[in-house]
Design a protein around this ligand. Structure first.
Ligand code: FNR
Length: 181
């Protein structure tokens, strides 16, 4: 099974990126995870949506070829970051590569609520017609106070979170087995 992670932060020391790396490393026997960068995506523009830059084409191709998408999002001002909304806009148009493709969501923030509001919005967005992605039910992953749970080397050291992610990943793999391909 091939999964792509779309991380809603482009900063070098992103905790959400590190969370995606933890999933990539710890579960590599269960699925291959490629973490996609949003750094080179231009702003969505309807004037060029039919002939976008190579970066957009490559991003859409990788999503199209994946069996599922893992969204790993920070929360900015009570919602999803602009870079993530921009990526979703590209994915929602022309060939609509997300339609019917399974998704699951995680998020990490330094506050205690762990991206609850951003994920609430993201779930709603993923059900819009241009995306229309079946979402792993339940299994909501809110990693609050993330700066206390990831060490300087980028390792997720908070054992309860590690164990919780183990159960979520098992549920994701079971659920994927039941999806129509
Ligand atoms: C934040 N942060 C934040 N945190 C939160 O829990 N709720 C929020 O609404 C916001 N809003 C917000 C806006 C902006 C513009 C920034 C830069 C930050 C803090 C955020 O959780 C923290 O910076 C995370 O570390 C961002 O995720 P990455 O980049 O580490 O993955």
């Amino acid at each position: 099974m091939k999964v792509v992670a779309i991380v809603g932060s482009i900063r070098k020391e992103s905790y959400n990126y590190k969370l995606a790396q933890h999933v990539q490393n710890r579960y590599k026997e269960k699925f291959e995870l490629e973490i996609l960068s949003l750094r080179s995506l231009p702003m969505y523009d309807q004037d060029i949506e039919n002939e976008p830059s190579d970066a957009v084409k490559e991003f859409k191709r990788k999503v199209a070829e994946a069996d599922a998408v893992l969204w790993v999002t920070p929360e900015y001002n009570g919602t999803i970051p602009g870079v993530l909304g921009n990526a979703i806009d590209w994915l929602s148009r022309v060939d609509r590569v997300m339609v019917g493709k399974p998704s699951w969501i995680m998020g990490a923030s330094m506050g205690n609520l762990g991206t609850v509001k951003a994920q609430l919005h993201l779930r709603e967005i993923l059900f819009s017609p241009g995306i229309n992605s079946p979402l792993l039910p339940s299994n909501e992953v809110y990693v609050g106070a993330v700066h206390e749970k990831i060490d300087a080397a980028g390792n997720l050291t908070h054992e309860p979170t590690v164990q919780f992610l183990d159960s979520v990943v098992n549920n994701f793999v079971d659920w994927m087995g039941k999806q129509a391909r």
